[in-house]
Design a protein around this ligand. Structure first.
Ligand code: PDD
Length: 281
């Protein structure tokens, strides 16, 4: 395997950043994950737009032009022979002697890109069986709209889920309002058949898959409402599912040990998933 690190393609086992990298010391960095399907990068433009936004929000410089970045991403995918899989891209504020203040403006940002193939049968199993999740109290900072590498609450939530025999976790705030998954956005299908996801202005990451799914829903004549919903409404939903670049549209069949509807994946999420790949560029 090959990784890209600051201008060079290096063998994966030797791919490394400096011990004083601000990503390592302060989680002072941002990232993107994109799906690759049949050799095509899903929603690349939207992901790179969000990367630019994350960098801007943290007053970080862009490491390279979009054209150059796109070239390097494709090169990493090519060198790793990824046809179905993901790439991971991370940009940090660079390496400098540890000091909370931003380093000197001429400090070059650190950029790394890795890629890996994924086994389509693993995703197929998730789609067929659905997943079990737990709910956890929201304990993250209020700028989760920025895709930073500061993911400790997400890591702890997912690990807790695993230890409790589930696969993932959903953050719920102190008023019972459903926020998002540990690495995905949450959707419900109401008993009336309406698709609902919470607004993404603040409190959650505005998922790219979430946005594209709205385009997909429109082509299927499905009505989407962006509004907050509480845990009780989610438990009583006809379907609950996650969206993310890594899972696209994953049905949730059990939450906190209780089944959703009849405990099997629903038909709405399945038809959305089928239509998704026709529309995602
Ligand atoms: N996570 N919410 C959170 C907290 C996320 O980490 C992610 C993505 C999403 C969905 O965003 P998108 O549809 O753009 O992937 C929502 C990536 C996949 C990850 O951390 O691995």
């Amino acid at each position: 395997r090959i990784a890209y690190v600051n201008g060079q393609y290096v063998r994966h086992p030797e791919a490394a950043v400096h011990v004083e990298d601000r990503g390592f010391q302060f989680a002072d960095g941002v990232y993107e994950v994109c799906e690759v399907r049949q050799g095509m990068i899903v929603d690349l433009t939207r992901h790179l737009n969000r990367l630019d936004r994350s960098l801007r929000e943290l007053k970080m410089a862009s490491p390279m032009s979009r054209a150059a970045l796109t070239f390097v991403i494709r090169e990493v995918l090519r060198r790793n022979r990824v046809r179905n899989g993901i790439f991971y891209l991370q940009v940090t504020r660079g390496a400098a002697r540890r000091d909370h203040y931003f380093p000197a403006p001429d400090t070059p940002p650190t950029i790394t890109i890795t890629a890996k193939s994924t086994d389509p049968s693993v995703a197929a199993k998730k789609y067929a069986n659905g997943i079990k999740v737990i709910t956890v109290p929201e304990n993250r900072w209020d700028r989760v709209d920025i895709k930073t590498v500061g993911l400790l609450p997400n890591v702890l939530a997912k690990q807790q889920a695993k230890e409790q025999g589930a696969q993932d976790a959903i953050f719920v705030d102190r008023n019972g309002i459903v926020m998002e998954g540990a690495s995905s956005n949450v959707w419900i299908v109401t008993p009336e058949g309406e698709l609902v996801t919470r607004p993404a202005e603040h409190g959650i990451l505005k998922g790219i898959t979430r946005t594209t799914l709205m385009d997909v829903a429109a082509t299927l004549d499905l009505k989407v409402a962006e509004r907050e919903f509480k845990i009780e409404e989610m438990m009583a939903a006809r379907e609950v599912f996650f969206t993310s670049a890594t899972g696209i549209c994953v049905p949730i069949v059990e939450i906190d040990g209780k089944p959703i509807a009849n405990g099997h994946p629903g038909t709405v999420s399945a038809s959305i998933r089928d239509a998704f790949f026709d529309i995602a560029e």
